[in-house]
Design a protein around this ligand. Structure first.
Ligand code: CP3
Length: 350
Protein backbone atom coordinates (compact mmCIF):
# COMPACT_ATOMS: atom_id res chain seq x y z
CA UNK A 1 0.00 0.00 0.00
CA UNK A 2 1.20 3.51 -0.48
CA UNK A 3 0.31 6.50 1.60
CA UNK A 4 -0.54 8.84 -1.24
CA UNK A 5 2.08 11.18 -2.67
CA UNK A 6 5.50 9.51 -2.88
CA UNK A 7 8.00 11.02 -0.48
CA UNK A 8 5.37 12.50 1.81
CA UNK A 9 5.13 10.87 5.19
CA UNK A 10 1.85 9.76 6.74
CA UNK A 11 2.50 12.18 9.58
CA UNK A 12 2.75 15.22 7.31
CA UNK A 13 -0.28 14.11 5.32
CA UNK A 14 -2.30 13.70 8.52
CA UNK A 15 -1.28 17.20 9.67
CA UNK A 16 -2.66 18.49 6.36
CA UNK A 17 -5.89 16.50 6.79
CA UNK A 18 -5.14 14.45 3.69
CA UNK A 19 -6.56 10.94 3.39
CA UNK A 20 -4.13 8.03 3.68
CA UNK A 21 -3.98 4.25 3.94
CA UNK A 22 -3.83 4.14 7.75
CA UNK A 23 -3.57 6.24 10.88
CA UNK A 24 -0.01 7.38 11.62
CA UNK A 25 1.39 6.41 15.02
CA UNK A 26 4.27 7.54 17.23
CA UNK A 27 4.79 7.95 20.99
CA UNK A 28 5.77 10.98 22.99
CA UNK A 29 9.03 10.15 24.83
CA UNK A 30 9.57 7.17 22.50
CA UNK A 31 13.34 7.69 22.74
CA UNK A 32 13.95 7.12 26.41
CA UNK A 33 14.17 4.96 29.45
CA UNK A 34 11.57 2.32 28.60
CA UNK A 35 14.08 1.08 25.97
CA UNK A 36 16.94 -1.09 27.30
CA UNK A 37 19.19 0.16 24.47
CA UNK A 38 18.61 3.76 25.68
CA UNK A 39 19.36 2.80 29.28
CA UNK A 40 22.60 1.22 28.08
CA UNK A 41 23.69 4.51 26.45
CA UNK A 42 22.71 6.38 29.61
CA UNK A 43 25.26 4.28 31.54
CA UNK A 44 28.00 6.14 29.63
CA UNK A 45 26.46 9.58 29.08
CA UNK A 46 24.28 12.01 31.02
CA UNK A 47 21.19 13.43 29.36
CA UNK A 48 22.99 16.70 28.62
CA UNK A 49 26.02 14.85 27.23
CA UNK A 50 23.78 12.93 24.81
CA UNK A 51 22.23 16.21 23.64
CA UNK A 52 25.64 17.84 23.13
CA UNK A 53 26.93 15.07 20.82
CA UNK A 54 25.13 14.73 17.49
CA UNK A 55 26.33 11.17 16.80
CA UNK A 56 24.92 9.96 20.13
CA UNK A 57 21.75 12.03 19.69
CA UNK A 58 21.14 10.48 16.26
CA UNK A 59 21.64 6.98 17.65
CA UNK A 60 19.15 7.53 20.49
CA UNK A 61 16.64 9.21 18.14
CA UNK A 62 16.76 6.22 15.77
CA UNK A 63 16.52 3.52 18.44
CA UNK A 64 12.71 3.33 18.65
CA UNK A 65 12.39 3.38 14.85
CA UNK A 66 14.54 0.24 14.60
CA UNK A 67 12.47 -1.71 17.07
CA UNK A 68 8.98 -0.52 16.07
CA UNK A 69 7.20 0.37 12.86
CA UNK A 70 6.64 4.05 13.63
CA UNK A 71 5.60 6.89 11.34
CA UNK A 72 7.89 9.41 13.02
CA UNK A 73 11.10 9.92 14.92
CA UNK A 74 11.33 12.80 17.39
CA UNK A 75 14.72 14.43 17.72
CA UNK A 76 16.29 13.62 21.08
CA UNK A 77 16.64 16.83 23.09
CA UNK A 78 14.85 18.48 26.00
CA UNK A 79 12.53 21.47 26.16
CA UNK A 80 14.77 22.99 28.83
CA UNK A 81 17.97 23.12 26.73
CA UNK A 82 17.40 26.70 25.43
CA UNK A 83 17.26 27.98 29.02
CA UNK A 84 21.02 27.36 29.37
CA UNK A 85 22.17 29.94 26.76
CA UNK A 86 19.58 32.30 28.28
CA UNK A 87 21.66 32.20 31.44
CA UNK A 88 19.90 29.65 33.65
CA UNK A 89 21.71 26.70 35.21
CA UNK A 90 20.17 23.34 34.30
CA UNK A 91 20.86 20.00 35.92
CA UNK A 92 19.02 16.71 36.15
CA UNK A 93 19.23 15.28 39.65
CA UNK A 94 18.88 11.51 39.64
CA UNK A 95 15.20 10.63 39.32
CA UNK A 96 14.12 13.94 40.76
CA UNK A 97 13.53 15.75 37.53
CA UNK A 98 15.16 18.92 36.25
CA UNK A 99 16.59 21.62 38.51
CA UNK A 100 17.02 25.22 37.42
CA UNK A 101 19.21 27.62 39.32
CA UNK A 102 19.72 31.24 38.47
CA UNK A 103 16.13 31.28 37.16
CA UNK A 104 13.56 34.05 37.68
CA UNK A 105 12.63 35.45 41.10
CA UNK A 106 12.47 39.19 40.44
CA UNK A 107 11.67 41.61 37.64
CA UNK A 108 15.41 42.22 37.18
CA UNK A 109 15.98 38.53 36.54
CA UNK A 110 13.73 38.78 33.48
CA UNK A 111 15.89 41.56 32.05
CA UNK A 112 19.04 39.60 32.81
CA UNK A 113 17.94 36.62 30.70
CA UNK A 114 19.84 36.63 27.42
CA UNK A 115 18.38 36.22 23.99
CA UNK A 116 20.83 34.49 21.70
CA UNK A 117 21.54 33.14 18.23
CA UNK A 118 20.00 29.65 18.13
CA UNK A 119 22.18 28.59 15.21
CA UNK A 120 25.23 29.06 17.41
CA UNK A 121 24.12 28.13 20.90
CA UNK A 122 21.82 25.25 19.92
CA UNK A 123 23.96 24.13 17.00
CA UNK A 124 24.32 20.53 18.18
CA UNK A 125 20.56 19.86 18.14
CA UNK A 126 20.31 21.47 14.69
CA UNK A 127 23.20 19.33 13.44
CA UNK A 128 21.51 16.23 14.93
CA UNK A 129 18.37 17.09 12.96
CA UNK A 130 20.37 17.36 9.73
CA UNK A 131 22.05 14.01 10.33
CA UNK A 132 18.90 12.21 11.47
CA UNK A 133 16.90 13.44 8.50
CA UNK A 134 19.56 11.97 6.20
CA UNK A 135 19.50 8.64 8.05
CA UNK A 136 15.70 8.20 8.01
CA UNK A 137 13.64 6.85 5.11
CA UNK A 138 11.42 9.47 3.45
CA UNK A 139 8.25 7.89 4.78
CA UNK A 140 9.36 8.40 8.39
CA UNK A 141 8.80 12.00 9.45
CA UNK A 142 11.27 13.77 11.71
CA UNK A 143 9.64 15.81 14.46
CA UNK A 144 11.41 18.83 15.92
CA UNK A 145 10.13 20.40 19.11
CA UNK A 146 10.41 23.15 21.68
CA UNK A 147 8.81 24.11 24.96
CA UNK A 148 6.08 26.75 25.02
CA UNK A 149 6.64 29.99 26.93
CA UNK A 150 4.29 29.26 29.85
CA UNK A 151 5.77 25.81 30.49
CA UNK A 152 9.33 27.15 30.21
CA UNK A 153 8.48 30.14 32.43
CA UNK A 154 7.16 27.75 35.07
CA UNK A 155 10.53 25.97 35.22
CA UNK A 156 12.41 29.27 35.43
CA UNK A 157 10.17 30.64 38.18
CA UNK A 158 9.61 27.44 40.22
CA UNK A 159 13.20 26.22 39.82
CA UNK A 160 11.97 22.79 38.71
CA UNK A 161 8.83 20.74 38.25
CA UNK A 162 5.83 22.04 40.17
CA UNK A 163 2.51 20.64 41.33
CA UNK A 164 0.50 23.82 41.82
CA UNK A 165 2.44 26.58 40.03
CA UNK A 166 1.87 29.03 42.88
CA UNK A 167 5.13 30.92 42.32
CA UNK A 168 4.51 31.16 38.58
CA UNK A 169 0.96 32.41 39.02
CA UNK A 170 1.93 34.87 41.78
CA UNK A 171 4.55 36.35 39.47
CA UNK A 172 1.96 36.46 36.67
CA UNK A 173 -0.61 38.32 38.79
CA UNK A 174 1.77 40.58 40.74
CA UNK A 175 4.40 41.38 38.11
CA UNK A 176 2.16 41.25 35.07
CA UNK A 177 4.32 43.43 32.88
CA UNK A 178 7.51 41.53 33.68
CA UNK A 179 5.65 38.24 33.17
CA UNK A 180 4.66 39.34 29.66
CA UNK A 181 8.25 40.45 29.01
CA UNK A 182 9.41 36.98 30.09
CA UNK A 183 6.80 35.28 27.88
CA UNK A 184 7.86 37.48 24.94
CA UNK A 185 11.51 36.58 25.41
CA UNK A 186 10.73 32.87 25.65
CA UNK A 187 8.36 33.01 22.67
CA UNK A 188 11.11 34.67 20.63
CA UNK A 189 13.59 31.94 21.48
CA UNK A 190 11.04 29.16 20.83
CA UNK A 191 10.04 30.70 17.52
CA UNK A 192 13.64 31.11 16.28
CA UNK A 193 14.55 27.63 17.47
CA UNK A 194 11.59 25.98 15.69
CA UNK A 195 12.23 27.85 12.45
CA UNK A 196 15.91 26.79 12.58
CA UNK A 197 14.83 23.18 13.20
CA UNK A 198 12.56 23.30 10.15
CA UNK A 199 15.41 24.70 8.06
CA UNK A 200 17.66 21.90 9.36
CA UNK A 201 15.17 19.26 8.17
CA UNK A 202 12.39 18.80 10.72
CA UNK A 203 9.24 17.83 8.79
CA UNK A 204 6.82 18.70 11.60
CA UNK A 205 7.30 20.57 14.87
CA UNK A 206 5.58 20.02 18.18
CA UNK A 207 5.22 22.75 20.79
CA UNK A 208 5.03 21.31 24.30
CA UNK A 209 2.90 23.46 26.59
CA UNK A 210 2.75 20.61 29.05
CA UNK A 211 1.58 22.51 32.11
CA UNK A 212 -0.69 25.20 30.61
CA UNK A 213 -3.77 23.15 31.58
CA UNK A 214 -3.23 24.44 35.12
CA UNK A 215 -4.49 27.87 33.94
CA UNK A 216 -8.11 28.88 33.65
CA UNK A 217 -9.47 30.02 30.26
CA UNK A 218 -9.36 33.77 30.98
CA UNK A 219 -5.76 33.62 32.17
CA UNK A 220 -4.88 31.54 29.12
CA UNK A 221 -6.41 34.23 26.89
CA UNK A 222 -4.69 37.12 28.67
CA UNK A 223 -1.28 35.67 29.52
CA UNK A 224 -0.56 32.90 27.01
CA UNK A 225 -2.57 33.10 23.80
CA UNK A 226 -0.90 36.13 22.12
CA UNK A 227 2.58 34.68 22.69
CA UNK A 228 1.57 31.29 21.29
CA UNK A 229 0.03 32.93 18.26
CA UNK A 230 3.34 34.62 17.41
CA UNK A 231 5.11 31.24 17.53
CA UNK A 232 2.63 29.44 15.28
CA UNK A 233 2.62 32.29 12.76
CA UNK A 234 6.42 32.04 12.44
CA UNK A 235 6.29 28.25 12.10
CA UNK A 236 3.54 28.51 9.52
CA UNK A 237 5.64 30.96 7.49
CA UNK A 238 8.56 28.49 7.64
CA UNK A 239 6.32 25.96 5.88
CA UNK A 240 6.09 23.01 8.28
CA UNK A 241 2.97 21.79 10.08
CA UNK A 242 2.79 22.22 13.86
CA UNK A 243 1.35 20.10 16.66
CA UNK A 244 0.18 22.03 19.73
CA UNK A 245 0.38 19.85 22.83
CA UNK A 246 -0.77 20.29 26.43
CA UNK A 247 -1.99 18.16 29.33
CA UNK A 248 -5.37 18.53 31.06
CA UNK A 249 -6.49 21.13 28.54
CA UNK A 250 -10.20 20.14 28.50
CA UNK A 251 -11.17 23.61 29.73
CA UNK A 252 -9.03 25.40 27.15
CA UNK A 253 -9.44 23.60 23.83
CA UNK A 254 -11.23 26.40 21.95
CA UNK A 255 -8.56 28.88 23.01
CA UNK A 256 -5.71 26.51 22.26
CA UNK A 257 -7.10 26.13 18.75
CA UNK A 258 -7.33 29.91 18.48
CA UNK A 259 -3.67 30.18 19.54
CA UNK A 260 -2.56 28.06 16.59
CA UNK A 261 -1.26 24.72 15.35
CA UNK A 262 -2.46 22.39 12.62
CA UNK A 263 -2.95 19.52 15.06
CA UNK A 264 -4.06 19.81 18.68
CA UNK A 265 -2.95 17.30 21.32
CA UNK A 266 -5.65 15.67 23.46
CA UNK A 267 -4.96 13.82 26.68
CA UNK A 268 -7.02 10.87 27.94
CA UNK A 269 -9.33 12.95 30.13
CA UNK A 270 -11.52 13.76 27.13
CA UNK A 271 -13.15 11.50 24.55
CA UNK A 272 -11.35 11.91 21.24
CA UNK A 273 -14.48 12.70 19.22
CA UNK A 274 -15.64 15.29 21.74
CA UNK A 275 -12.19 16.89 21.81
CA UNK A 276 -12.05 16.90 18.01
CA UNK A 277 -15.49 18.49 17.73
CA UNK A 278 -14.33 21.23 20.10
CA UNK A 279 -11.09 21.99 18.27
CA UNK A 280 -12.97 21.76 14.98
CA UNK A 281 -12.69 19.31 12.11
CA UNK A 282 -10.62 21.83 10.17
CA UNK A 283 -7.82 20.83 12.58
CA UNK A 284 -6.15 17.50 13.20
CA UNK A 285 -5.91 15.88 16.64
CA UNK A 286 -3.21 13.81 18.27
CA UNK A 287 -3.76 11.31 21.07
CA UNK A 288 -5.17 10.15 23.27
CA UNK A 289 -4.45 6.82 24.99
CA UNK A 290 -3.79 6.96 28.74
CA UNK A 291 -0.08 6.01 29.12
CA UNK A 292 -1.10 3.87 32.11
CA UNK A 293 -3.20 1.59 29.87
CA UNK A 294 0.14 0.15 28.69
CA UNK A 295 0.50 -1.47 32.13
CA UNK A 296 -2.69 -3.47 31.53
CA UNK A 297 -3.09 -6.83 29.74
CA UNK A 298 -2.89 -7.01 25.93
CA UNK A 299 -6.68 -7.40 25.63
CA UNK A 300 -7.33 -4.16 27.48
CA UNK A 301 -4.66 -2.30 25.50
CA UNK A 302 -6.17 -3.49 22.23
CA UNK A 303 -9.68 -2.62 23.34
CA UNK A 304 -8.73 0.94 24.48
CA UNK A 305 -6.71 1.51 21.29
CA UNK A 306 -9.60 0.39 19.10
CA UNK A 307 -12.03 2.59 21.03
CA UNK A 308 -9.92 5.64 20.16
CA UNK A 309 -9.73 4.63 16.49
CA UNK A 310 -13.52 4.21 16.45
CA UNK A 311 -13.98 7.70 17.86
CA UNK A 312 -11.67 9.04 15.12
CA UNK A 313 -14.09 7.40 12.66
CA UNK A 314 -11.56 7.25 9.78
CA UNK A 315 -11.57 11.02 9.55
CA UNK A 316 -8.27 12.24 8.05
CA UNK A 317 -6.20 14.23 10.55
CA UNK A 318 -5.93 11.81 13.46
CA UNK A 319 -2.40 11.00 14.68
CA UNK A 320 -2.37 8.12 17.12
CA UNK A 321 -0.31 8.78 20.26
CA UNK A 322 -0.56 8.58 24.01
CA UNK A 323 -2.16 11.47 25.87
CA UNK A 324 1.23 12.20 27.50
CA UNK A 325 4.74 10.72 27.44
CA UNK A 326 5.39 7.01 27.70
CA UNK A 327 6.47 6.04 31.20
CA UNK A 328 9.91 4.53 31.90
CA UNK A 329 8.56 1.23 33.31
CA UNK A 330 6.31 0.58 30.27
CA UNK A 331 6.59 -2.99 28.90
CA UNK A 332 7.91 -3.13 25.33
CA UNK A 333 5.24 -5.71 24.35
CA UNK A 334 2.52 -3.22 25.22
CA UNK A 335 3.95 -0.73 22.74
CA UNK A 336 3.96 -3.50 20.14
CA UNK A 337 0.31 -4.24 20.89
CA UNK A 338 -0.69 -0.60 20.38
CA UNK A 339 1.19 -0.33 17.09
CA UNK A 340 -0.19 -3.61 15.74
CA UNK A 341 -3.71 -2.56 16.67
CA UNK A 342 -3.34 0.82 14.95
CA UNK A 343 -1.90 -0.88 11.86
CA UNK A 344 -4.76 -3.38 11.74
CA UNK A 345 -7.66 -1.04 12.50
CA UNK A 346 -6.58 2.55 11.91
CA UNK A 347 -7.98 3.59 8.58
CA UNK A 348 -7.66 7.29 7.85
CA UNK A 349 -9.30 7.75 4.51
CA UNK A 350 -12.83 8.22 3.42
O1 CP3 B 1 11.55 10.78 22.82
C1 CP3 B 1 11.25 11.98 22.94
O2 CP3 B 1 10.08 12.35 23.12
C2 CP3 B 1 12.33 13.04 22.72
C3 CP3 B 1 13.01 13.50 23.85
C4 CP3 B 1 12.39 14.38 24.91
C5 CP3 B 1 12.98 14.52 26.18
N1 CP3 B 1 12.31 15.50 26.85
C6 CP3 B 1 14.16 13.78 26.68
C7 CP3 B 1 14.23 13.51 28.12
C8 CP3 B 1 11.30 15.28 24.85
C9 CP3 B 1 10.28 15.51 23.75
C10 CP3 B 1 11.27 15.97 26.09
C11 CP3 B 1 10.29 17.03 26.39
C12 CP3 B 1 10.14 17.50 27.78
N2 CP3 B 1 11.10 17.66 28.73
C13 CP3 B 1 8.93 17.98 28.33
C14 CP3 B 1 7.61 18.07 27.60
C15 CP3 B 1 6.95 16.77 27.49
C16 CP3 B 1 6.18 16.34 28.70
O3 CP3 B 1 6.52 15.29 29.24
O4 CP3 B 1 5.24 17.04 29.06
C17 CP3 B 1 9.19 18.37 29.66
C18 CP3 B 1 8.17 18.93 30.64
C19 CP3 B 1 10.57 18.18 29.88
C20 CP3 B 1 11.33 18.50 31.11
C21 CP3 B 1 11.93 17.28 31.67
N3 CP3 B 1 13.04 16.62 31.15
C22 CP3 B 1 11.51 16.57 32.81
C23 CP3 B 1 10.31 16.97 33.67
C24 CP3 B 1 12.40 15.52 32.98
C25 CP3 B 1 12.47 14.56 34.12
C26 CP3 B 1 11.30 13.69 34.22
C27 CP3 B 1 11.62 12.30 33.79
O5 CP3 B 1 10.92 11.78 32.93
O6 CP3 B 1 12.58 11.79 34.35
C28 CP3 B 1 13.31 15.52 31.90
C29 CP3 B 1 14.39 14.56 31.64
C30 CP3 B 1 14.31 13.84 30.33
N4 CP3 B 1 14.21 14.45 29.12
C31 CP3 B 1 14.43 12.44 30.11
C32 CP3 B 1 14.38 12.23 28.74
C33 CP3 B 1 14.50 10.93 28.01
C34 CP3 B 1 14.58 11.36 31.17
C35 CP3 B 1 15.84 11.48 31.89
C36 CP3 B 1 16.99 10.58 31.53
O7 CP3 B 1 17.12 9.90 30.52
O8 CP3 B 1 17.82 10.63 32.43
Amino acid sequence: MNNGTPGTSRLVRACRLQPLDRTPVWFMRQAGRFLPEYRRIRESYTLLEICAQPDVTVEVTLQPTRRFELDAAIIFADILLPLVPMGAGLSFANNEGPMINNGVETVNDVERLRTFEVREELASTLESIRLTRRALPAETALIGFAGAPFTLASYLIEGGTSKRFVRTKSFMYRETEAFHALMRKLAGVTQNYLVAQIEAGADVVQVFDSWVGWLGPDDYRDFVLPHMRAIFEAVHAAGAPAIHFGVDTGGLLERIREAGGDVIGLDWRIELDEGWRRVGHDHGVQGNLDPAVLFGPAGAIEQRTRAILERAASRPGHIFNLGHGIMPETPIESVMTVIETVHAHGAASR
